[in-house]
Design a protein around this ligand. Structure first.
Ligand code: IVH
Length: 673
């Protein structure tokens, strides 16, 4: 191919790829299949390979590129990136509206209300429609140049879309917020933990950490998204209102959140705030308040700025989900795998309507990293689906009486020496028959999602272990009603009931039994996968690591945990004993699960049989696709309790079939599990 022809073809392909990238990532409404996209991409790659001098910085093949840097250059913002004045009370919102009216000498001032996204603000510069620079906010005047990292976010166009209603300015500066979806954050953190890497306290920190990577290849692997919220500079054709700017941004192919609304009065503004706060947990991203902005840009000029905040905008924050409180003491709890977890006992605080009095500190490394001491005042956060955690220590509240904490060298229950292998975060009790481990194992075995034994609660289990009546799970099945009736506060009737419950528990499905064994890293979904793959405990127990690794969802950590568990002589004995008691489940084979092949599902609300994440995993295991928002491509919306009204509305709009949990389980073929 001649140079000129190659150049023309490459350019055409880049425009096409950018357009389809936009359809897929920004609009969530692709026009071509993944395979067709890959074909175009490969065609461009092969031209670029033959003519490397033709490669442009904004080529879609260059999204993840560049070298590992030593640090970031800094760049000056054309217009300073100010911050918003934040308020927490309605009166303050009223005062803000009043001030706008007074200063502008108008009876009515049009404003726009938007969510206040809890992410990291960035600035993108486009010259002649091409991305030339990406900056962090920095100190507002100068930021760090993170172009290579921002380019890895597929929602950031490398080229803007033309041929729309608004003509493209030759120079355009856009601001927005980079964030992680809540769900993707949880998964990302889990993966980090499984790989022994740093975890993050919340999606914002995770997004910030991802943008600060010196190697763009690392950033590229992080699930980052962007919402653009402002045109800050444009040479020509900048619309005269903020609402038109947002529309123009969408037209240019930039991602704009659809939750913005015009508000004409304080009542509207406050109503918007209430509605957003109500929906806070249902939104797939973190929002910590809403922002009101004067709509007419000319009015903004009139209002001007004070010190660091514009007078034309205001943030009305939601009730905080972080509160400061004091750590009274730290205790070590021994879990079912023998891991010692440090748990901080707090001066109880009410956060978002729930009293928090304990919080897990995870492990010794976490305590050391955050330098958490007994007596410290700490910031505790309880956000949406995340369990409460310590965000940081408020060090200036220290008075010198705080005590450093170290997990004990001996197990608090059996006094056996604990170990913390180098490179591992967990401290463990090394006694395989530690009563704490045994108690937790018994409780886990009988728990709702395992064998569901009614009546096998903490009080009973404690007595059984403390009195030496049960030394492993199998021995539960030797208990007679008479022996049980000898326990404290156990009447003859409840003893008989418990024996019956134990007897019934033998008939549980294979996946529940696998889950109930409490093998490290084997949760309910993994247990189901293993059950489907192997069909019997016997087959599972004989699978070597190589065989285990052939299973899609099984990684090296799980494979080695499984092997270690089944190779342990005590566990071997346990399995034989269980079998002797008639516990030897076989998978009732159903049609092989490819049931959801080619189908896209969205789950909203809570399900009773699994968490939303497990539902997502189950969908993917059945070869379906699970997404977080409903579009015309969605096949089913699974509706649990307290569903998000947006999703159900969107389903109606797009004519998407809604199904309940039972129907969903049927689709998965899991209704007998
Ligand atoms: S507009 C003059 N709109 O809040 C400042 N900011 O304290 C104009 N933020 O650094 C900011 N969502 O990171 C604006 N819808 C939104 C926002 C938003 C989040 C953040 C942004 C900024 C900070 C201001």
């Amino acid at each position: 191919m001649k140079q000129q022809e190659a150049e023309r073809k490459a350019e055409k392909l880049r425009d096409k790829l950018e357009y389809h990238n936009y359809r897929y990532y920004v609009l969530d409404d692709p026009e071509i299949s993944d395979a067709e996209y890959d074909e175009l991409y490969k065609a461009l790659q092969s031209i670029e390979k033959a003519h490397p001098d033709l490669i442009t910085k904004d080529s879609p093949t260059q999204r993840v590129g560049g070298q590992v840097r030593e640090g970031f250059e800094s760049g000056t913002h054309e217009t300073p990136m100010l911050s918003l004045q934040s308020v927490y009370k309605e009166e303050e919102v009223e005062r803000f509206f009043q001030n706008c009216r007074n200063e502008l000498k108008k009876q009515k001032v049009r404003l726009v209300a938007e969510p206040k996204y809890d992410g990291v603000s960035v600035e993108l510069t486009y010259d002649y429609g091409r991305l030339v620079r990406g900056l962090t906010r920095g100190d507002g005047r100068r930021g760090e140049e993170i172009t290579a990292n921002l380019k890895t976010i597929h929602e950031v166009p490398l080229r803007l879309q033309k041929n729309k209603t608004t003509s493209l300015p030759s120079h355009l500066v856009v601001r927005g917020e980079v964030y992680m979806l809540k769900q993707e954050f949880v998964e990302f953190n889990k993966a980090q933990e499984a790989n022994g890497k740093k975890t993050f306290a919340n999606p914002r920190n995770a997004a910030a950490g991802s943008l600060r990577q010196l190697d763009p290849k690392v950033t590229a692997k992080r699930p980052l998204h962007i919402f653009c919220w402002e045109i800050s500079d444009a040479t020509e054709g900048r619309p005269s209102t903020h609402s038109d700017c947002l529309k123009a941004l969408s037209d240019f192919g930039l991602k704009v959140c659809s939750e913005w609304e015009p508000v004409d009065s304080v009542t509207d503004a406050i109503d918007y705030h209430h509605r957003m706060e109500d929906r806070r947990d249902d939104l797939s991203y973190e929002v910590d308040g809403c922002v009101y902005k004067v709509d007419h840009l000319a009015d903004r000029e009139t209002l001007g700025t004070r010190a660091a905040n514009p007078r034309w905008a205001l943030a009305y924050k939601f009730t905080s989900r972080q509160k400061a409180t004091r750590i009274k003491e730290i205790n070590a709890q021994v879990g079912r795998t023998g891991v010692l977890t440090p748990v901080a006992v707090l001066e109880p605080v009410k956060i978002g309507g729930v009293t928090v009095s304990n919080v897990s500190l995870h492990n010794q490394d976490e305590i050391d990293r955050k330098d958490i001491r007994v007596g410290d005042t700490v910031m505790v956060e309880r956000a949406g689906d995340v369990i409460p955690h310590v965000v940081k220590v408020i060090t200036n509240k220290r008075n010198g009486d705080e005590k450093k904490y170290q997990l004990p060298e001996r197990c608090p229950i059996c006094e056996t020496k604990t170990i913390k292998p180098p490179g591992e975060a967990q401290t463990r009790c090394t006694n395989a028959s530690c009563p704490a481990v045994l108690k937790q194992s018994l409780l886990h075995w009988g728990s709702r999602h395992a064998t569901d034994i009614d009546g096998l609660g903490e009080k009973v289990v404690n007595q059984l272990v403390d009195q030496g009546m049960v030394e492993n799970i199998a021995e539960l099945y030797d208990l007679s009603a008479d022996a049980l009736a000898g326990l404290e506060r156990m009447a003859q009737k409840s003893a008989a009931k418990l024996v019956k419950a134990l007897e019934n528990s033998k008939r549980n499905s294979l996946s529940r039994i696998i889950y109930g064994l409490g093998i490290p890293l084997v949760g309910r979904v993994m247990a189901r996968t293993l059950a489907e793959e192997f069909g019997t405990l016997q087959a599972l127990s004989q699978a070597d690591e190589e065989r285990l690794l052939q299973i899609d969802d099984v990684g090296p950590a799980v494979a080695s945990a499984l092997r270690a568990w089944f190779d342990n002589p005590q566990n071997k004995k346990l399995l034989t004993a269980l079998q002797d008691h008639g516990i030897d489940p076989h998978l009732k084979r159903r049609t092989k699960s490819k049931r959801l092949e080619g189908k896209t599902l969205v789950v909203t609300g809570e399900l009773t049989t699994m968490t939303r994440e497990e539902a997502r995993e189950a969908i993917e295991m059945a070869k379906g696709k699970s997404t977080s928002s409903v579009s015309s491509k969605t096949d089913f919306l699974v509706v649990g309790t307290n569903p998000g009204s947006n999703k159900t509305k969107a389903a109606q709009k797009h004519g998407v079939e809604t199904i309940d949990e039972d129907e969903f389980l049927k689709l998965l073929g899991k209704n007998q599990e």
